[in-house]
Write a protein that binds this ligand. Structure first.
Ligand code: FAD
Length: 643
């Protein structure tokens, strides 16, 4: 890109884009020189230093530089070539947990409930706790503005189990009451959904206001009027109209159950192409409609899931809820009643923070699920010597081994890397609440069948980005609150969800700064789902921040040009939450064998207790939701208690 274009996009502007607490420099140094030669950790860990407050960091977050290099060198078999002799951790624990996400924190909660005097150590490889449930915080014109860096909201296709519901109640969360009291949708009254057609896919850059493919906010103009404004030919318009409003039965003569059975075996792409007769441009319009929900595109998502989730194109089939497709497959769970939904301003990071406050009350002030939203965590309280529960950040577990025979172990030895050194902790029990696909590298002694099963739990990569902008007049001028962009890098962009909780209030005036939320899912359509995720993960890790930034600036300029938006002038800060290991893998009838009974599926085979080591994380529930993270923690704790 020429210097002039760079200037036009504002790439030379001084904005808040750098992650300098535990960022590129540290990660790169550790990588290039190997562990043995890495600089020794400064006296006192970073999390104990005054001012340590990762939610305020911008730039490349999510799996930030410095968080994954040790794990990758373990995977590549090079870690121990460079590692120094492990130093012994002075304390001995009742439980060591790998992973400080909602599952790891819940495991600590359940274990302590059973053993109130338990000494528990949680080791987390990122510089912040919460796992995917991460808080992004911005100071904009003296106001605090929050966004979720990952896990967005309380929401599940299934009702929360008694255990998960019980935990969120214990934390003081009542999603139904909170939604009634706190949602402020009226702030965006008069703003409509919109679709951005890009010239590379549709021949012309054009923002068409009034509709997007899934009109969550409600379309404001009829589909024919919307389509007439789009840069689409007559055949494509007719195709899209048929999908959105058609009532003809494309599977005549079949019962509802037979139709559902068929739909569970074909992708949404095949359904749109072969049954609703969509041409290539209409398919391009729908290509990314499944990104947000499943981290897949329409080629890899069963049509039945899309029906269950409420995507368009199924009116004429008259499918009945509850009539089961083959082998009990129920549209990715969406035929269940579902859970109540509520979005805290920092997403489910509030759940993680409530858990931390519950475990270590002095780390976060306050008493309620509302006051916690604006409470500032004191990270120096997380890992205090002698405290019963400790959370140690920037610590990558690199080994977990039963001491003695697996049938009657004397305890577990856990090795972890931190600040260029390797440490060894000893505990009576260990829970691996980390990403399950990594466990074979941590526990090479596991049976081969279990390791093979764990390798199958390939996580779904995706990127959630927050962009702070000077004001949202451009959105007001255009009359839009959210834009879906079927052919563009960022497939969705919207104004931060308006919600007032406790002392936190969402921005009211379009003249004030606000956050934009943008989503990108890296996919290679046409390949098997797991391979797409493996490729996507490499793609995300190989993309420098400057590329994400360029794509943000370019796309915002193109989408919002009609409202007078200027990326060079209007962008204040960018946070790219890159999750190469994102959603837990959910079995997919297009790629997985559903004749395998649930108890023999990879997540169940993979999560078997091994001596005093138990396995949690939403991966072990094969469901990418917070309730699964909690349920699996509960199961893992009970397995250890019963053993
Ligand atoms: C972008 C995104 C959006 C999502 N949105 C929603 C949503 O709206 N609602 C919902 O219910 N769910 C959502 N999810 C799913 C989310 O994964 C779960 O809800 C839940 O937060 C998972 O918690 P967990 O503890 O099982 O896993 P994680 O949050 O992944 O926590 C596991 C932790 O273990 C750490 N770890 C891994 N290896 C090691 C190691 N060797 N040593 C130490 N630590 C290690 C990881 O870095 C991570 O911090 C979303 C996920 C993503 C990625």
């Amino acid at each position: 890109m020429g210097k002039r274009k760079q200037r036009d996009l504002g790439l030379d502007r001084a904005i808040d884009r750098r992650d300098f607490l535990n960022g590129v420099a540290i990660g790169a140094a550790a990588l290039s020189s190997g562990l043995a030669h890495a600089a020794p950790a400064p006296a006192g860990a970073p999390q104990d230093q005054p001012g340590y407050y990762p939610p305020l960091l911008h730039g490349l977050r999510g799996s930030h530089p410095g968080s994954f290099e040790m794990a990758h060198s373990l995977r590549d078999g090079t870690f121990w070539d460079h590692a120094e002799k492990p130093e012994d951790d002075a304390a001995v624990y009742d439980l060591v947990i790998a992973g400080g996400g909602i599952s790891g924190l819940s495991a600590a909660h359940f274990f302590r409930a059973a053993k109130p005097n338990a000494r528990i150590l949680i080791l987390e490889n990122h510089d912040d706790f919460g796992g995917h449930a991460k808080r992004n915080e911005y100071q904009l014109n003296g106001r605090v503005e929050l966004m979720n860096g990952g896990t967005m909201l309380i929401d599940s296709p299934h009702p929360y189990s008694k255990v998960a519901q019980g935990l969120i109640e214990e934390l003081g969360i009542d999603p139904v009451a909170l939604a009634k009291k706190c949602n402020r949708r009226e702030i965006y009254k008069g703003l409509a959904p919109a679709t951005f057609f890009d010239k590379e896919t549709f021949g012309a850059d054009r923002l068409v206001v009034g509709r997007e493919r899934v009109d969550e906010e409600g379309g404001t103009i009829p589909w024919p009027e919307f389509l007439a404004k789009a840069p689409l030919d007559a055949k494509t318009r007719a195709d899209i109209l048929r999908v959105q409003e058609g009532t003809g039965d494309s599977m005549p003569g079949l019962t509802s159950a037979q139709k559902k059975d068929k739909l569970s075996r074909m992708s949404y792409l095949v359904y749109l192409r072969d049954y609703l007769k969509c041409g290539p441009k209409a398919l391009a319009f729908y290509q990314t409609i499944t990104h947000d929900e499943w981290g897949t595109a329409i080629d890899a998502e069963p049509a039945l899931d899309c029906w269950g989730f409420g995507l368009p194109g199924f009116k004429g089939l008259k499918l009945e809820r509850g009539s089961i497709a083959r082998m009990g497959y129920t549209a990715a769970g969406y035929e269940d009643e579902g859970s109540p939904t509520f979005h805290f301003p920092d997403g489910n990071a509030t759940i993680a923070r409530l858990l931390v406050r519950n475990l270590i009350p002095e780390a976060i002030p306050g008493h309620t699920a509302e006051d916690i939203v604006t409470a500032r965590a004191d990270y120096s309280k997380l890992d205090r010597s002698g405290a019963p529960i400790r959370i140690r950040l920037s610590s990558t577990v690199v080994g977990a081994r039963n001491m003695g025979a697996v049938k009657s172990p004397k305890g577990v030895e856990i090795a972890y890397a931190r600040g260029g050194r390797v440490y060894r902790a000893h505990a009576a029990n260990c829970i691996l609440a980390c990403w399950n696909m990594m466990i074979p590298y941590l526990c090479p002694e596991l049976p081969e069948t279990q390791k093979n099963a764990l390798h199958q739990l390939v996580k779904v990569p995706l990127v959630y980005t927050g962009v702070a902008i000077r004001n949202w007049r451009a959105f007001h001028r255009l009359g839009v609150a959210g834009i879906s962009a079927p052919g563009s890098y960022w497939s969705g962009t919207r104004l931060n969800w308006p919600v007032d909780v406790g002392k936190y209030t969402s921005v009211r005036s379009p003249d004030d700064p606000i956050l934009l939320f943008m989503v990108h899912v890296p996919l290679t359509p046409g390949m098997p789902e797991r391979d797409q995720h493996r490729m996507g993960r490499m793609q995300l890790l190989g993309t420098p921040f400057s590329t994400y930034e360029t794509k943000i600036r370019d796309q915002l300029n193109r989408m919002l040009a009609g409202g007078g938006f200027d990326s060079a002038r209007d962008i204040l800060a960018i946070t790219v939450n890159r999750w190469p290991h994102g959603y837990a893998y959910e079995f997919n009838p297009l790629f997985d064998d559903f004749s395998i009974p649930p108890e023999k599926r990879a997540n169940v085979v993979g999560r078997q207790r091994f001596g005093r080591i138990a396995i949690a994380n939403s991966d072990s529930g094969a469901a990418a939701y917070t309730d699964s993270a909690i349920d699996q923690a509960h199961r893992a704790v009970n397995e250890l208690l019963a053993a």
